[in-house]
Ligand binder design. Sequence first.
Ligand code: C2E
Ligand code: MG
Ligand code: MG
Ligand code: MG
Length: 283
Amino acid sequence: KAVGGNQWHWFDPGMDRAADEAARMAADLRLALARDEIFALYQPIVDLNTGTAVGAEVLMRWRHPEHGLIPPDIFIPVAERTGTIIELGRWVFEQACRQSADWARRSGAAPEKISVNVSARQLADPAFVGTVRDILDRTGADPAHLMIEVTETAVLNTGDAVTQLEHLRALGLRVALDDFGTGHSSLSLLLDLPVDVLKVDKSFVSGEYADHAGAIVVRNLIGFTDDFGIDAVAEGVETVEQAARLRAAGYRLAQGYLFGRPMPAADFEDTFSSMESLLSGRG
Ligand code: C2E
Ligand code: MG
Ligand code: MG
Ligand code: MG
């Protein structure tokens, strides 16, 4: 499978030495942070009515010296299985806090709000909330500018997820339920969760269910989130038509390649300031 022009062949299940390859990837990943191979990209979350970015999701990347860019769908599961995700998760949260504090200081450079993915293993870690508090203190980031994204599956597989999420909210962070609709939960689970934002999975917006059932799910979820006072973010918006349909259905917030791919912070600032000047007629 080609990724970013680089050939890599780890994790081909048909390979004899698949287990060896997996072990090697796990070992390389343990060293990746120290070797400066991990970096963070930011994808805009936009207001559909104005087209401007109101926030960003931070997404981790791994540039392996031999294998090139390895997508998170490949290395995050490895990091979760081996526990490396604890260290990687701490790193990416600190990046997000530093970036948010920087954007807040240079007010108008970019939105201050940043969303960070947190895996099941992190959520289950008794030290997690303390780590979050320490990083907030150390970086001076405003917790109101940060959001934690957890999947339904992570929440379901974590014994005291609700308590952990409540602690995070008590610190002032917001909580989003990511990839909503892909897990095995139901709407009733949502009622019991301390959640501020629901991210509707891209499979309903532009993916495999978008044309039929997905369109119905998307249309109906918004009434539900409105009634419960939860914000909805539509993920995976790729076309103008999809954006128009979401807006017509009542969505205010969206994310997707149409508005911007995950990009380095500096590119985000450039894109953001040109959008801002367009909107304010300065451009
Ligand atoms: P996610 O949290 O649901 O992130 C959104 C994913 O959808 C990102 O993939 C993003 O690049 C992709 N995406 C955004 N817009 C579009 C679109 O219009 N069309 C399509 N087809 N895709 C779109 P990415 O960056 O490859 O990340 C994949 C997953 O890896 C993330 O899904 C998240 O579950 C995990 N991940 C990424 N970074 C981190 C991290 O720092 N920590 C943890 N725990 N997980 C992470
Ligand atoms: Mg996410
Ligand atoms: Mg998602
Ligand atoms: Mg996902």
